[in-house]
Write a protein that binds this ligand. Structure first.
Ligand SMILES: *Cc1c(COP(=O)(O)O)cnc(C)c1O
Length: 380
């Protein structure tokens, strides 16, 4: 286990200054939720079906879409549907939200961490090449901050070993790689609609998978192992053959999500404009390195704007003295005893005390970005 420096500052309130995250609540959310509360369905009902159908169309997802209670639920289902079993080795990013990796522990699988690429904070293709083997049962990647991973290289390795790729696209709704949306490249892709993600349903998530044949099993696993469609039609055999879960999205959540979908293009364009403004302002600042490889194959979803700085805590204190919140958000997963990792990760070591996330959300303006950049330019 590696101990990362423990140096979080206390949270700031939105009245105090520019906060790091803020939920985006779409204009129609209250109206749609109230309609739902007056209807016969508040749990998983017609709005969940509608949300899945609209999501599939709007993000040009070629696979089946299954709306669930969280991104973590979606990951657990993806791992089960990919056939991962107790004892199986799965390659996962070292640097990500623990939600990526914990569901592998539910199954008793063995996560093996892949070091970061310090330029993007996505997985290092070099380390992936070193660690993939005949023992590997799947590759998991995370599009950190919304910047797609090197999917062509990951695909080549997965095909060479005949194993599936599971994309954790919790940060990457709206991103694209090689002109195709995220969700079109791999066997499984998951999204999160947790409070501070691009699109929220309060809490929620969605799994897409390219093999439509898995859809009946996926739907059963989401709901106690019961074939709900046949049950409602009165033709269900009254047997449960799979260990099911309670992983559905509710119509209350879907109502917020449907409102979010209606204005998603606008939300994404706005987030991207803030991101571009940061890049423009900070490109020539010698003491700030921007985490992005600006690879033309990749369209960034602008969930996080991340920089590398020296003396990070001093930088954070300077920002805080000007009423700006900043933070690390995610931590290397080998710091958590639960994963029991003892390996060495030189690339992660090299940036562990340097990466810093700056505010990026729809409650801020381009002028706020300019102000944050001016403070950074002064130094610390
Ligand atoms: C937010 C997030 C998830 C899923 O989170 P939920 O809270 O379960 O929706 C998964 N992976 C990453 C990288 C995330 O940031």
């Amino acid at each position: 286990m590696t101990k990362s420096p423990k140096n979080d500052l206390p949270m700031m309130s939105a009245e105090e200054g520019i906060v790091l995250f803020h939920p985006h609540m779409p204009k129609k959310a209250k109206e749609y939720v109230c309609d739902t509360l007056d209807s016969r369905w508040i749990g998983q009902g017609p709005k969940v079906d509608l949300f899945e159908a609209r999501f599939r169309l709007q993000f040009s997802q070629p696979g089946s879409c299954l709306a669930v209670g969280s991104g973590t639920d979606a990951l657990h289902l993806a791992y089960l549907l990919a056939g991962i079993k107790a004892g199986d080795e799965v390659l996962v990013p070292l640097f990500t939200c623990t939600a990526t990796t914990i569901p592998l522990l539910y199954i008793g699988a063995k996560p093996k961490f892949i070091d970061v690429n310090p330029a993007t904070l996505n997985i290092s293709i070099e380390d992936l090449k070193r660690k993939v083997s005949d023992r590997t049962k799947a590759i998991v990647c995370v599009h950190y901050g919304g910047l797609p991973c090197d999917m062509a290289e990951i695909r080549l390795l997965a095909d060479k070993f005949g194993i599936p790729v599971i994309e954790d696209a919790a940060h990457a709704l709206g991103a694209a790689y090689d002109g195709k949306p995220i969700g079109a490249h791999s066997e499984f892709t998951i999204y999160s609609f947790q409070a501070i993600k691009h699109l929220t349903t309060g809490d929620g998530g969605l799994l897409t998978f390219l093999d439509d044949g898995l859809a009946p099993l996926a739907r059963r696993l989401r709901w106690f192992g019961i074939d709900r469609t046949n049950k409602q039609k009165g033709i269900w055999e009254n047997d449960i053959t799979d260990i099911g879960y309670k992983y559905q999205m509710t119509d209350i959540g879907a109502a917020i999500g449907l409102a979010g979908l209606e204005e998603f293009a606008e939300t994404l364009a706005y987030r991207r404009s803030l991101y571009r403004r940061y890049v423009k302002n900070l490109s020539d600042v010698p003491h700030v390195a921007i985490v992005d490889d600006f690879d033309p194959r990749k369209e960034h979803a602008a969930w996080l704007f991340t920089i590398l700085v020296d003396r990070r805590m001093d930088c954070q204190l300077k920002l805080r003295s000007r009423k700006i919140e900043s933070g690390q958000t995610h931590y290397r997963n080998d710091r958590y005893s639960v994963f029991g990792s003892t390996e060495i990760f030189p690339a992660m070591d090299s940036i562990d005390d340097k990466y810093l996330i700056l505010p990026l959300h729809t409650k801020m303006t381009l002028a706020d970005v300019d102000y944050i950049c001016e403070v950074l330019k002064e130094g610390w």
